[in-house]
Structures are given as structure tokens and as C-alpha cells.
Design a protein around this ligand. Structure first.
Ligand SMILES: [Zn+2]
Length: 188
């Protein structure tokens, strides 16, 4: 792939602005359960080419087993009703992928993940692994962000559906994690 082609793909990507408090909630909830998977909802604004994630709320009663099979439809009706009454939108959800034996967790959607994705929503997948070495938080060419926190390496990738069973990667912009100044103004 040429540099120009890569630029074009990046240009077309949906941009997801991850606010600091949402970023912290995600990192803390994922680190808290480490080897188990966790999930939560994403509240914010947006649609089309840009989304802003203001809050990430961990879903406390989620099944915390080694494999994530809890269908999203089972998410608490009560929780969704409350969100409906707030001046903020439910724009998607997030869940973690964890190490299983020797295989490292990947920030990539599984078949089950893809099945449950709807168009018009943003899905974050957070891969958490043991840290091998210290890494500053950075944006990756695939649109994800990654870095280390204490003993862990964390990668956060965003996805959205463009048609049935066809998903694309979003570009995650999180100045508080990556310290990228040029996006700060745009985000305010
Ligand atoms: Zn998954």
C-alpha cells in the first residue's frame, strides 16, 4: 500500500474523540478485572463521520468469564431507560479482550462481536496484555491507540458497521492519552 492510499483510507475513517474521563473509565475498568472480560456503554454525541465519547460506563453486572458471550440485548432495560431520559446519546459500547493461555489478546472483533454490531454505533475493543516494556501512548496507523499503564499493555481500537457484516476501523483521537496537540482545538 502506498503512502497516498494509506492517507486516503485514514481520510475516510470515522473519527472518534475519546474524552479523558471516558478514557480513564475504560482503562480502569479493564485493568480492574484484567484476565476477565468486561464491557460498558459509551455515552456522547455524534453520527456520520464524527463521534465524541463523553462517558464510558462499565456494565457492572456483565458476565465476567473468560469468554464474552453476553448478548448486548440483555443489557439492563433500566439502564437504557435512564439513558433515554438524559441529554446525551448512547453511541455504542466497549468490551475487553484478554490473554488466553499463550495467545495474546487482540483488539479485533470476533464473529460474535460483528454479529451484534449495528450501523450508526461505535464499538471499542480493548485488548489488555502483560506489559513487555514501557510504551508511551500513541496513535497507530490502523486508527487504534495503545500504550502501557503500570504492568499492562492496552490497545483501544474502534469499529463501525458500513453494511451487514462489513465493518471498518475508526480513528481514535484521545489527546489526553497520546498528547496530540493538533486535535485538541478541534475537540473543544
Ligand atoms: Zn470481543
Amino acid at each position: 500500500m502506498t503512502k497516498k492510499e494509506l492517507e486516503e483510507i485514514k481520510e475516510k475513517r470515522v473519527k472518534v474523540f475519546l474524552k479523558e474521563r471516558a478514557f480513564l473509565s475504560i482503562v480502569l475498568s479493564v485493568v480492574e478485572v484484567y484476565k476477565k472480560e468486561t464491557m460498558g456503554i459509551l455515552l456522547g454525541f455524534g453520527g456520520g463521520d464524527e463521534y465524541i465519547i463523553e462517558y464510558a460506563i462499565p456494565y457492572q453486572t456483565a458476565e465476567k468469564g473468560f469468554t464474552w458471550v453476553e448478548p448486548r440485548e440483555r443489557m439492563s432495560e433500566r439502564m437504557l431507560k435512564i439513558v433515554e431520559s438524559l441529554p446525551i446519546d448512547l453511541i455504542g459500547d466497549y468490551h475487553s479482550h484478554t490473554e488466553l493461555g499463550d495467545s495474546k489478546a487482540k483488539a479485533h472483533p470476533s464473529g460474535v462481536d460483528i454479529d451484534s454490531m449495528e450501523e450508526g454505533k461505535i464499538y471499542l475493543i480493548v485488548a489488555i496484555n502483560d506489559k513487555e516494556k514501557e510504551e508511551d501512548w500513541k496513535m497507530n496507523t490502523d486508527g487504534s491507540i495503545s500504550g502501557t499503564v503500570t504492568d499492562f499493555h492496552i490497545q483501544i481500537a474502534g469499529f463501525y458497521m458500513v453494511s451487514d457484516y462489513k465493518y471498518r476501523r475508526a480513528e481514535i483521537i484521545c489527546p489526553s492519552a497520546t498528547g496530540i496537540a493538533q486535535y485538541t482545538k478541534k475537540n473543544e
